[in-house]
Design a protein around this ligand. Structure first.
Ligand code: NDP
Length: 419
């Protein structure tokens, strides 16, 4: 029995909230708080007849720490689930710290304004010291470790699918299948088709920033950076089929490199069709992916935010998306002195997700683990003081709940590997 404050009411939040309402024993009360309160009210109205969970709503600007503190003091939650945007991670963590309340999120901190000189100076030093140029990294949130520990509260970072489930798959493989993991290939395949010439499956701004950036992977103790989409492989995904996939930088590589002892290489691949890549390149070439403000007819606009306004809302893709996702990890390593390779993955069907919760599979595969992470923190199954990535907790209860709440997984002990 517990009380969860959920911040954000977009695609991922919608699924997480549906799933909390299927688990009223843990989530006896939830408050949905976001910038646009009407979205929270609409969801409340839709769900309250179907669940024993008591739902309230609130308006909050999550960029404003004082507003967040006032809301937390008023609602008195046991934990806060951040499913707004990565821009709000630090303000929400600050508010949780001030009120001594546990914190859960699905994506690491990234600044909204990448031209801010103070942030830029720290970023440029990090690029030099660490060797990767992505705008996001864990250093900002790991810096809260001592303060969360002293306050006696938990921050659970990255409770989505990737990061999230892929990280828990890693902890599970290490616990049950390997003495030592040598390589990890994380494969993210979306075999779905929404019928639009171009759309993104989650927040367009965050998504396009991620996939247009340089690629990188971890090898022998350091980062190797590539040009965007420089490394391409083909893979025959179970239940989806043959797809092209490209190496990207992805945030869980950073935490897994720290948390998997002796790991030699970690790579992340995502599938893209040629049409998606051609659209993205064209938008990039004309400056539409830029995060730097420009003046247009006397007012300042940020090109990528303007593009977001033109693109379909990811939350609206549910009814039109058909096909399946397949996301998982291939591990190589040793058990009892013998070489071993396994592949742990989940297959999720877009239309089945839509029938159950009204969303496509990308929001579903992120929203379900967000609920599971929040449940394990609320029920004190995962209870450590400080800031932790999800692979630092016991994977078993999370793996059981994936099967229970709609994301069953498969272990293949003889998989095709990636060159
Ligand atoms: P959406 O854009 O659909 O939703 C974001 C929500 O946050 C909206 O309701 C928005 O409000 C709200 N919001 C934005 N800014 C503020 C603010 N200042 N104050 C209060 N509320 C605010 O995004 P998604 O649902 O697609 O993504 C949510 C999170 O999930 C992101 O952090 C994303 O990176 C992460 N994610 C993680 C994945 C993983 O596997 N780990 C995969 C996919 C996404 P409004 O409605 O007014 O715009």
């Amino acid at each position: 029995m517990g009380r969860l404050l959920i911040i954000g009411c977009g695609g991922v939040a919608g699924v997480a909230i549906h799933k909390c309402c299927q688990n009223s024993k843990t989530f006896s009360e939830i408050c949905i708080a976001s910038r646009t309160k009407s979205k929270c009210d609409d969801l409340k109205e839709k769900l309250e007849k179907t669940t024993e969970t008591k739902i309230t709503t609130a308006k909050v600007d999550a960029d404003n720490v004082d507003e967040l503190i006032a809301l937390i003091k008023d609602y008195q939650p046991d934990a806060v689930l951040n499913v707004a945007l990565p821009y709000q991670d630090l303000t929400i963590m600050d508010a949780c710290l001030a009120c001594k309340v546990d914190y859960i999120d699905t994506a690491n901190y990234e600044p909204e304004d990448t031209d801010d000189p103070q942030w830029r100076a720290i970023y440029e030093k990090r690029c030099k010291d660490e060797g990767f140029t992505a705008y996001f990294d864990y250093s900002w949130q790991w810096a809260y470790q001592d303060r969360f520990k002293e306050a006696g509260i938990t921050a659970l970072l990255g409770s989505g699918f990737d990061p999230g489930v892929t990280s828990v798959f890693t902890a599970y493989a290490l616990k049950h299948y390997f003495d030592e993991i040598e390589t990890i290939d994380i494969l993210d395949c979306n075999g779905g088709d929404h019928g639009y010439p171009f759309a993104t499956n989650f927040n367009p701004e965050i998504n396009l920033r991620e996939v247009s950036a340089n690629g990188s992977y971890w090898e022998n103790g350091h980062w190797v950076e590539t040009e965007p989409m420089e490394i391409k492989r083909e893979y025959d995904f179970p239940k989806v089929g043959q797809k092209d996939m490209y190496l990207l930088h992805h945030e869980e590589i950073e935490s897994l490199a720290k948390n998997v002892p002796g790991v030699k290489r970690i790579r992340f691949f995502m599938t893209f069709g040629q049409s998606y890549l051609t659209h993205m390149k064209c938008l990039e070439n004309v400056g539409m992916l830029s995060t730097s403000p420009i003046m247009y007819e006397g007012r300042e606009i940020v090109p990528i935010q303007f593009l977001k306004a033109l693109l379909p809302d990811p939350a609206s893709l549910g009814p039109r998306t058909v096909g399946k996702t397949n996301i998982g990890c291939i591990f190589t390593g040793k058990k009892d002195g013998k070489e071993k390779t396994i592949y742990i993955y989940n297959v999720c069907d877009h239309q089945e997700c839509y029938k159950e919760v009204g969303s496509q599979a990308i929001s579903y595969t992120t929203g379900v683990p967000a609920m599971i992470g929040a449940a394990l923190v609320l029920d004190k199954v995962w209870d450590k003081d400080g800031v932790f990535n999800i692979e630092e907790f016991d994977p078993d209860p999370f793996m059981d709940m994936l099967n229970q709440y709609g994301l069953p997984w498969v272990v293949d002990e003889n998989p095709q590997t990636v060159e």
